[in-house]
Ligand binder design. Sequence first.
Ligand code: CTP
Length: 399
Amino acid sequence: MLKGKNIILGICGSIACYKSAILTRLLIKAGANVKVVMTKDATHFIGPLTLSTLSKNPVYTEYFNSTTGEWNNHVDLALWANYIVIAPASANTMAKFANGLCDNILTAVYLSAKCPIFLAPAMDLDMWKHPSTQANIQKLLSYGNSIIQPGHGELASGLVGEGRMAEPEEIFHFLQSQTESGLPLKGKKALVTAGPTYEAIDPVRFIGNHSSGKMGFAIAEELQRQGAEVHLVTGPTSLKVSNKWINRRDVVSAQEMLSEVERIFPECDITVMSAAVADYKPKQVAENKIKKDEQEFNIELVKTTDILSSLGRTKKEGQVLVGFALETNNERENALKKLEKKNLDFIVLNSLNDKGAGFQSDTNKITIIDKYQTEETFDLKSKEEVAKDICSKILAFIK
Ligand code: CTP
């Protein structure tokens, strides 16, 4: 949706300037028209040539271009823009914006603009925390600007704390999520579960499974890309979510997953249970590590709550509920039983007999069967592509 949009990228002096080059590339790749406006200090950190090459446009650093003798009209520039992004936004420039100062081309563009403005601050932690900076931020917010919160981490000063500019990908996702009102799932809330659950046997051991969480994470990303507000509840996994606009909650056991899911589900328009929830858990969890004293050792197991079934029972009209079935035999028959028993809108069937499908791999091969018994089998694809197929099916069910 950023395709064809005119974006001014304002750059202030900060070591985070190197990230502006990556952001420019992301915007250009998304099909946006980008014009870069820099403060003089920014040009000490990154050369305008890098940004003009990446943006395919001249870079503006002054009101007056001494080489061509042309006047860089800040008003025309500001009115050309559909969005203005200031990344990095320094404490100094934000103070100027907040107080209407206008002593360079960037501040002049800001004051002349009528479009939405996004600021990604970058500074040292004490500068960020300073009451003056925070008061300026409040002022800028009250004028309708959006702040892309800085992250926590090591800063150029060597100190560790808040103030580091958001990563280019985060800024890009933020822009997308704020500007893509035309997306099909805008205004919809989605819940996705992913990964395995671990059921404790004693303080060091558990019952688990090989689920990597990749399929669920890919679905969460795709739903967010389509505009939904996404809540991802995941069991233990090493996967990271680069998309800051996905609300992630980490859980360990089936019981914890149940509690989180039950809390979020009532408000959700879409729920996709792709987690490989343990079906059984130890009846007793040993308080201390179990010693290998016995020749034989039995663990008594009890069923966990079937989360999906309980959602199916409470599901309201208009809520779309999707389940998964991983089968090794009688695949279609088993999937159909689950579809009906759990009151699903559709079920995504994986067969472990298909090469490249199921746990751990980066690919999957699925069949979708819906409540009207319409059935579609897809080719082996990357999990990202499979997520797109699942989301297309969700769109067909959404009211
Ligand atoms: N599921 C769940 N809660 C559980 C177990 C599974 O919500 N305690 C969900 C999974 O997230 C998945 C679907 O139910 O969407 C899988 O159905 P299920 O009947 O549990 O399949 P299997 O675990 O393979 O069970 P079975 O051994 O009966 O085939």
